[in-house]
Design a protein around this ligand. Structure first.
Ligand SMILES: [Zn+2]
Length: 410
């Protein structure tokens, strides 16, 4: 018995064992108890199966619900004023001197209550959902003290109560140096390891720990201490690595068995080989590359050569990637970095699920996985990557429940 059956549809299953899209023409999906119970060609549907409700999809394409595996979508305020000033010639240094940049977001986020943070962040998450996202990662990193980092993580989890989406939370206390620790980065890392990580682990409000390993962030030695503390508390790790310079971040992430290393513009072959050996996914973030007008591209050919799974994400954040569209992210990855359509779609489905440690639960249309499905009004999957500024989502199904993304999620 199926609770819901989707029929008269083409499927791009994105199943992990298949190459490309895993296409099933004229397929059907049977859903029971929120999970995919059966998937395949309609002609092979089990004859004995009964169904409570049938949705005819009119020849549309069904794909797994999208997974945005790297966001900073919870924050207060925005930096549109700084953006405008930079276009009139102000530099990042000018803005930082006046207390702008990330410090402005930290001040606004610290000042906001938890409910206010949820209210300000909700439209960003709703915009992602309206393009077929069913799973989302949210990082902290604008609180930069234990209480405010915990407030951000709780706000992120509240969004999963308010909206039909799975949210994974990542503690990013090692994002930037808070003003009260100016010139004392090692002391701040001590504080993160001795106070923040234990408190967050005890509260059970983070799935992973991340850090910003960069000349303008934290050193590899400091990141190593954060990761050792995270591991001691049983938390997964991820890393902002090699975005602006090659500090060996990819290899460091791999050494700790990280779920993912993210950005990776400056990663060298040794780092890619280490990621392949540790099963660490590469998260490519073309939105920040575009917004910062960068020129150094991530080593896509090396990821292919070593078989490192590539995921794509918005990196939604107020400073370097104010982006809430995975459709546009895919177009950027294809246009700027030369990813194929199949690589783009795998990057927002099965590989993104892997980057969150959720490969067994979502990211492909496979029996036994959660029924997270997006129904698209397109003639072929490539339209999802080819179009710019056009959202052909027809319907979204989250955990077996149908919603009309555009109507219900403001
Ligand atoms: Zn980021």
């Amino acid at each position: 018995m199926f609770d819901l059956e989707l029929t008269d549809a083409h499927l791009a299953t994105m199943r992990p064992d298949g190459a490309g899209y895993g296409v099933v023409r004229d397929g059907a999906i049977g859903i029971r108890d929120g999970q995919i119970a059966w998937v395949g060609p309609r002609s092979e549907r089990p004859r004995s199966a009964q169904t409570r409700e049938t949705l005819r999809c009119g020849g549309r394409w069904l794909l797994p619900g999208f997974v945005d595996c790297h966001t900073h979508a919870v924050y207060a305020g925005n930096r549109a004023g700084e953006f405008e000033r930079r276009l009139h010639g102000a530099t990042y240094a000018d803005i930082a001197r006046e207390g702008g940049g990330i410090n402005a977001t930290v001040r606004a986020t610290r000042a906001a209550g938890e409910d206010e943070l949820v209210a300000q962040s909700r439209p960003r998450v709703a915009a992602l959902l309206a393009e077929g996202v069913t799973t989302l990662e949210v990082k902290s990193g604008y609180g930069l003290d234990t209480a405010n980092e915990m407030k951000m993580l709780r706000a992120a989890r509240q969004l999963a109560v308010a909206l039909p989406v799975t949210v994974r939370t990542t503690l990013l206390a090692a994002h930037a140096l808070p003003p009260e620790f100016a010139g004392r980065a090692d002391d701040y890392i001590d504080y993160v390891c001795r106070d923040t990580i234990p408190a967050v682990a005890a509260a059970g409000i983070a799935d992973a720990v991340d850090a910003f390993c960069e000349t303008i962030g934290f050193t590899p030695a400091q990141v190593r201490r954060v990761f050792a503390a995270a591991r001691a508390y049983g938390l997964e790790v991820k890393l902002h690595a090699d975005q602006l310079s090659d500090l060996g971040g990819a290899a460091l992430a791999a050494e700790f068995g990280a779920l993912s290393a993210d950005h990776l513009e400056y990663t060298n072959e040794e780092g890619v080989a280490a990621m392949a050996a540790s099963g660490t996914a590469a998260v490519i973030l073309p939105g920040a590359f575009y917004f910062l007008n960068e020129t150094r591209k991530p080593p896509i050919a090396l990821f292919r050569k070593y078989g490192v799974p590539m995921a794509l994400a918005t990196d939604c954040n107020p400073g370097t990637s104010p982006l809430t569209s995975l459709l546009l992210t895919m177009n950027m990855a294809a246009t700027l970095f030369g990813l194929s359509v199949a690589e783009c779609l795998a990057g927002v489905t099965r590989n993104a699920a892997q980057a969150l440690g959720l490969a067994g639960e979502t990211g492909s249309l496979t029996a036994g996985k959660r029924a997270d499905i997006a129904i698209w009004d397109v003639s072929r999957p490539a339209e999802l990557v080819y179009r710019i500024g056009f959202n052909p989502l027809h319907r979204r199904i989250f955990g077996g429940a149908m919603d009309d993304a555009r109507r219900s999620m403001r």
